[in-house]
Each structure stands twice: as C-alpha cells, then as structure tokens.
Design a protein around this ligand. Structure first.
Ligand SMILES: [Zn+2]
Ligand SMILES: [Zn+2]
Length: 175
C-alpha cells in the first residue's frame, strides 16, 4: 500500500503536522503518515536573499522517496523562494513525487496581525492540497474556490477551499 508521507523540514510544529495527516488522507483517499526523519534545510539558504531556495529543497527530498512512497510532501516554516519570484508559498514537481509548503507567510504574525492558529491550519491545508495536486499533474484552476486556484497572496488563499473542484477531482481520480 502506497503512502502519502509528510516530511518535516527544519523545526516544524509537530501538532500542525499530525493534524494535517488525516485531512490529506481523507482528501486524496490515501493513507498518510508523518515521517520520523527531518530534513535540515540549511544547504538551501541563500544569504543574499535571506531565504531558502525551494527547488533545491525539492531536489534534496528525493532521497526520502521510497518504493512505498505515493508522494512526499515537505512542510517547513522557513521562507521559500524561486529566483524569478520574491517568494513562494510552496513548490512541487509536476507529476511527482515531491512537493513542499512553507507556513512562513501563512501566519498572521508575518503581516503584523495577532496569531490565528485556526486560520493557519486552514491555509496550510489548502496549500498542502495545492502542492500535492501539482505532483498529480494538476495545473492551476480557474475556479477561485478550488484548492488548485493560483494564489500569490494570502487573501487569495482565504478565498479558496481545501477541497478540489469536481473537474480537478475527475482528473486525478480517473479509473
Ligand atoms: Zn500552484
Ligand atoms: Zn479545480
């Protein structure tokens, strides 16, 4: 039986990880486990930007992919970027197997607002579904409520659901 595996990258809140697992299992109809290992992201840090290059993290994640891995999703609290953008909430390998999500800019504190754990959980679930969706070959969706809708700011994330629209679901649950 293949598993969706959640990989903590750096220091990541264990409670958030454990709460995310059943949500993902339910949505993708696949057993989900939290890996006992942890990836140190320091190698991907770029001092000139004071951020972590998400593509380098995805590359390093390949070594955690095992025969029983369905997909491996990395979860981190460090600030991610790719060179052409100021930041990314996450990145994924189209078609799999790895994706990564950061909660750095999903926290209300990042915007100078009081912490809101419930909102953080919701945003994390949406972005986690989004990146796993990309590993399943899903592209961005025009339905703004679908988890595969693009989001370049948290306000866009807050508009969408953590679920996939019917069209996106039909694409991944074929046969
Ligand atoms: Zn995307
Ligand atoms: Zn959709």
């Amino acid at each position: 039986m293949k598993l969706l595996q959640l990989l903590p990258i750096g220091n990541f809140d264990g409670g958030l990880l454990r709460e995310l697992a059943p949500l993902m299992a339910n949505l993708f109809r696949i057993p989900t486990e939290v890996l006992a290992v942890r990836l140190d992201p320091e190698f991907a840090y770029h001092g000139e930007r004071q951020q972590f290059h998400s593509s380098e993290i995805l590359q390093a994640m390949q070594r955690y992919v095992e025969p029983d891995s369905w997909r491996v999703l990395g979860l981190t609290s460090v600030d991610l970027y790719i060179p052409i953008l100021t930041f990314v909430f996450g990145e994924a390998q189209i078609g799999g197997p790895c994706g990564v999500v950061s909660i750095h800019r999903l926290r209300q504190e990042f915007y100078g607002l009081p912490p809101d754990l419930d909102l953080l959980r919701q945003r994390l679930a949406k972005e986690a579904v989004h990146e796993v969706g990309h590993t399943l070959d899903l592209t961005h969706c025009e339905d703004y409520q679908c988890a595969m809708a693009p989001s370049h700011a948290v306000e866009w994330i807050d508009l969408k659901e953590s679920a996939l629209c019917e069209a996106c679901q039909a694409r991944i649950f074929v046969g």
